[in-house]
Design a protein around this ligand. Sequence first.
Ligand code: NAD
Length: 496
Amino acid sequence: METLDHWVSGAAFSGLSTRTAPVYNPAVGTVSREVRLASVADVDTAVQAAKAAFPAWAGASWSKRQGVLFTFRELLNARKLEVAEILTNEHGKVTSDALGEVARGLEVVEFATGIPHLAKGEYSENVSTGVDVYSLLQPLGVVGIISPFNFPAMVPLWFFPIAIAAGNTVILKPSEKDPSAAIWMAKLWKEAGLPDGVFNVVHGDKESVDALLEHPDVASISFVGSTPIAKYIYETAARNGKRVQALGGAKNHMLVLPDADLDLVADSAVNAGFGSAGERCMAIAVIVAVEPVADDLIAKITARVADLTVGDGTRGCDMGPLITKEHRDKVAGYIDIAIADGATVVVDGRGVTADGDAGGFWLGPTLIDRVAVTSDVYLHEIFGPVLSVVRVASYEEGVELINSSRYGNGTAIFTNDGGAARRFQREVQVGMIGINVPIPVPVGYYSFGGWKDSLFGDTKAYGPDAIRFFTRQKAVTSRWLDPSHGGINLGFPQNA
Ligand code: NAD
């Protein structure tokens, strides 16, 4: 059986650690390969390679770096089907969804190709007589990226194109559950002409993550994953003096007002609730139905769910399996909790017939009505194809519910009332808002990130925030060849 190596200095690297983890094909339920789990020494080897590559890469001209980015973009676009196939095999998401993930990652590469413009400083002439001030943006050094299982290509692509374009060198620690896409992208960088050591991949679990968090030569950490780990990453990296952004979990609500177009709402709820088997941080998990819409809406959603096909992602189905057997069982367990807490299970995905191997980690779309807001089904991030309905009496009650959530990643309002939508965007305490749009992932030239327990740190992912995150600013005050001078003055400098 294949054992997936790390990638260091432009080549496969097996490292010293003998620990490995199994990588499954979730549509079959069997182990397809093993992945190495790096030790502290293996992480150090990668960091030393990235550190050695940094001076030359940071010193390369903007146009040289931009050229490599353009080539990478062309290669990724031309060969996206190859990486989509890897995503389907290891994550389980259907081919069309895998291609969508790559397309959203490509947006960030395209944004990063504009780096000469994006990383321009400012210049003020004659701030004082004969004195100019200007700012420079310079790279940080070796940057660490730690990514989750649910977007093995897109989430790393949120960070590394901009980090690399800005002159940093990178260590990516992808999820050990679906690590192959990271290695595929590393090989693509080499083909695009990126110098060896600028982009490195280290596979691993907590040991490798902690090694990055503790390593004195790692300047920053960009993390995406569950909230408890995000909080741990944020606190540990900050304590070690690193710049850190840590994006966490979510529980996204869709507020449906009585004047909404219920067919649009039902389509959107099904797409955003069950796409990628609900394993998206921007999935809709809760429909907040302002009465009297709930009964009609549930009937429309139920009819649409009846037509959904679940199965192997390569066979043209709508929805694939969950990532592991343990995760499937955990998600299915929430259906028992819902029943025990008095909710009504309208559609139960546990009995699904899948178009795929009997051993696959299947769970069908599940719709649960009258979920109590005190139930764990409402309070916890389930991260599976389970859509809850909570009925409320008014817009105000709905917004209060959303604002009392510990999470603030994404939300959506469905209405034909522009005033209500405008009020919602002002009042709701969430980082990304959709108005009649169910998964409001911002385009690549805005930045992505939530509020509250959905993001720890001060900067969001990609877009303008990423330019700030992956650079350090210098302000230079200069005076040249002015024959006059002011003489001795120990007072604080003032402009004249
Ligand atoms: P996870 O937190 O289990 O793992 C994320 C990364 O952290 C992986 O690389 C993993 O190896 C590492 N890790 C796991 N346990 C660790 C530990 N104890 N110490 C140090 N590192 C550890 O998350 P996941 O299950 O891979 O991904 C799903 C989660 O990610 C969900 O909560 C989802 O909402 C979240 N997510 C958030 C966003 C966002 O933008 N906010 C995007 C995608 C996913």
